[in-house]
Design a protein around this ligand. Structure first.
Ligand SMILES: CC(C)(COP(=O)(O)OP(=O)(O)OC[C@H]1O[C@@H](n2cnc3c(N)ncnc32)[C@H](O)[C@@H]1OP(=O)(O)O)[C@@H](O)C(=O)NCCC(=O)NCCS
Length: 183
């Protein structure tokens, strides 16, 4: 896996010196799961899942650290996984662990880099994202990249004591290739 360079951020594979910082965010429900289910992990299983992820397309482990080009050091992390045993698409997910780095466009640029990479290196024809209907930052991030809202799954995710509806978003390879680029 190589580094993926954007204008403001880069994605790079996790290295052992990242594990403590990423694990702290990964294990903080306020950071990773304000709109998602959450379970506590142990450092040992976290490291094991990160290190086995490159050979497991279904792995939910973080795959890349997000860092600002100007000031290296993790500000977030992203992942991708094949969510369905039969249907052939990849979902992306994204967390800006450093809350001071949110709202500056870094999350969207990180996901754009990730999708460029997925379409360049795999044969996938659809990249998707699922967003709790209340998670405006998440669905606005992908809408700004040209994802279409394809539907709503009712009562699909249980967290914070109740069932939540979830939006399905997707962008096809052809749409990604033809989408308008920022100037
Ligand atoms: C979702 C998340 C990654 C967004 O990262 P970010 O770097 O702050 O996002 P960006 O600055 O690139 O902004 C993306 C869009 O979200 C909007 N946005 C950002 N924070 C927002 C908020 N708190 N409420 C509503 N919209 C918000 C931005 O305005 C922008 O939309 P616009 O261009 O239409 O105005 C970040 O909020 C986060 O880590 N949340 C917790 C984890 C999570 O919910 N991840 C998604 C699950 S897959």
């Amino acid at each position: 896996m190589t580094d993926l360079e954007g204008s403001s951020v880069r994605l790079r594979p996790l290295v052992p010196s990242d594990y403590a910082a990423i694990f702290d965010w990964y294990n903080d429900p306020e950071v990773v799961a304000p709109f998602d289910r959450f379970s506590v992990d142990a450092m040992e299983s976290f490291v094991s899942s990160v290190e086995s992820a490159p050979s497991d397309v279904t792995s939910l482990a973080p795959r890349y650290v997000v860092e600002r080009r100007e000031t290296p050091g993790p500000v977030g992390f992203v992942g991708h996984y094949v969510p369905h045993p039969v249907l052939e698409f990849v979902d992306v997910w994204y967390v800006m662990g450093d809350r001071a780095a949110r709202g500056k466009g870094y999350g969207r640029e990180a996901v754009r880099l990730l999708i460029d990479h997925l379409y360049a290196t795999t044969a996938v024809e659809r990249v998707g994202a699922t967003c709790d209907v209340e998670n405006a930052a998440s669905y606005r991030l992908v809408e700004g990249l040209g994802f279409r809202r394809e539907g709503t799954l009712r009562s699909a995710l249980f967290h914070h004591g109740r069932w939540h509806d979830v939006y399905f978003y997707g962008v096809t390879r052809a749409e990604w290739k033809d989408r308008p680029r920022p100037a």
